[in-house]
Design a binder for this molecule. Structure first.
Ligand code: FAD
Length: 394
């Protein structure tokens, strides 16, 4: 078997690249360890930046999203028992879209496999990369139906297999630097079968720990609770979760949260990493395979889409016109946005977690930071711009 491009991983990054290639008539093979049903239901992100939606739209990938996504124009911080709203759309003219990641993945896989006729294998095992520093790289995997090992040759390999994949490990340590940051905190990530309790995202900055509220759909809401890293979700029975959320998100004049059955409860140990460069020979990493941002600022999927647009377009330019400019500048162009978002995540993390750190000095500076966002128009605008993410075309 031979394909110009082999894409490892069918998440937002891999499927977007596959779609861009197929739209240009380029054959590619997407390899995915999970089943189609699984990836179409895996809950994760929801907040998508406006420029990313435009990027999907320009590539014919946003029809359902634009018809169904909610538009968000403001967010609310709750601290000191008070509500503080920031209308970022009023400040910038831009907004966020909220569209659950499983719906986006469902749209992308349908478009790639069923409409654009792209090849995809689900449930593959033992994926391994070979000969990446030659112009004939290859990927081997075990076929789930036959149990046979298959070898696929390509001109390029796109490593889009997320934080737990294998492609990042194929970069020789002497050719790539991995920068890692551990926040030393955990978040209990929750999905509730309950309508949102506010028309916007809410951040509770509380001495007992951060709490977050993010709409996903009219029926489902994502919540977060700061907890010790490595905490066991079993330590968090539903009654404790709701009591803590009600307490940390309480504010004068705010109605209590609407409670419901908790359908996801897992602890995330908050950490980030960045691989530099994101390229080795004919292997190009994209998305979480290359860089992770803890969901503090809701940036990971947006970065995955940014990489995918650049890599998809660069591969098309090379395969159809022999133009290697995009591939040559790929890593640098991605990393500039990656580091920008990493810095904002760090800034925001201190805002979320300084008050509960137990250190009165950090608590004091955190509250000063927050007050400045609301008191100073230029600080409010700077926050809004980072929160929305810069439009790559502006
Ligand atoms: P993934 O989505 O992880 O896709 C990788 C794919 O590769 C998977 O399907 C996986 O099964 C497959 N795979 C793994 N190993 C192999 C292998 N060896 N061979 C083949 N396939 C393999 N981001 C935002 O922008 N906004 C948000 O609001 C947001 N909220 C989040 C909330 C939570 C709780 C979490 C955990 C994350 C959140 N994120 C958010 C981050 C976002 O979900 C990720 O950044 C995004 O999924 C990255 O996309 P990706 O395509 O790079 O990787």
């Amino acid at each position: 078997q031979r394909f110009p491009v082999v894409v490892v991983g069918a998440g937002p990054a891999g499927l977007t690249i596959g779609n861009i290639l197929r739209a240009a008539g380029i054959d590619c093979l997407v390899l995915e360890t999970e089943t189609r049903e699984f990836i179409e239901q895996r809950p994760r992100a929801g907040v998508i930046e406006e420029w990313a939606v435009r990027g999907l739209e320009q590539r014919g990938l946003a029809e359902n999203l634009l018809a169904r996504a909610q538009r968000h124009t403001q967010c609310e911080f709750r601290f000191g028992g008070q509500r503080h709203r920031l209308s970022y759309t009023e400040l910038t003219g831009h907004h966020h879209y909220v569209y659950p990641q499983p719906l986006l993945v469902t749209d992308l896989v349908r478009e790639y496999a069923d409409v654009r006729g792209g090849a995809i294998r689900f449930g593959v095992q033992d994926v391994q990369l070979h000969d990446l520093d030659t112009d004939r790289p290859a990927v081997s995997y075990t076929d789930p139906e036959t149990g046979q090992q298959q070898l696929v040759q390509g001109d390029f390999v796109a490593g889009c297999d997320g934080a737990r994949g294998v492609t990042r490990a194929a970069l020789p340590p002497e050719r790539a630097r991995i920068a890692r940051h551990d926040y030393g905190i955990g978040w209990l990530a929750l999905l509730a079968e309950a309508p949102p309790s506010s028309d916007c995202v809410m951040f509770g900055v509380h001495p007992r720990g951060f709490a977050g509220h993010m709409a996903r759909s009219p029926e489902v809401t994502r919540y977060y609770l700061e907890c010790p890293p490595g905490d066991d979700p079993d330590n968090w029975p539903d009654e404790r979760v709701w009591a803590e959320l009600q307490h940390r998100l309480a504010a004068t004049g705010a109605p209590p949260l609407t409670e419901g059955r908790l359908i996801e409860k897992r602890v995330l140990d908050m950490h980030n990493y960045v691989v530099e460069p994101m390229v080795f020979g004919r292997l190009f990493l994209a998305g979480d395979a290359a860089h992770l941002t803890a969901p503090i600022a809701a940036k990971g999927m947006n970065l995955a889409l940014h990489d995918a647009f650049l890599l998809g377009d660069a591969l098309v330019a090379y395969v159809t016109k022999g133009d290697s400019t995009g591939l040559g500048g790929y890593s640098e162009a991605c990393l500039s946005r990656v580091w920008d978002y990493q810095e904002f995540s760090q800034w925001l993390s201190e805002v979320y977690h300084g008050t509960s750190s137990g250190d009165p000095y950090r608590a004091g500076t955190t509250l000063a930071r927050l007050r400045r966002v609301f008191a100073s128009p230029s600080a409010g605008l700077a926050f809004a711009e980072s929160y929305l993410g810069k439009d790559p075309n502006s």
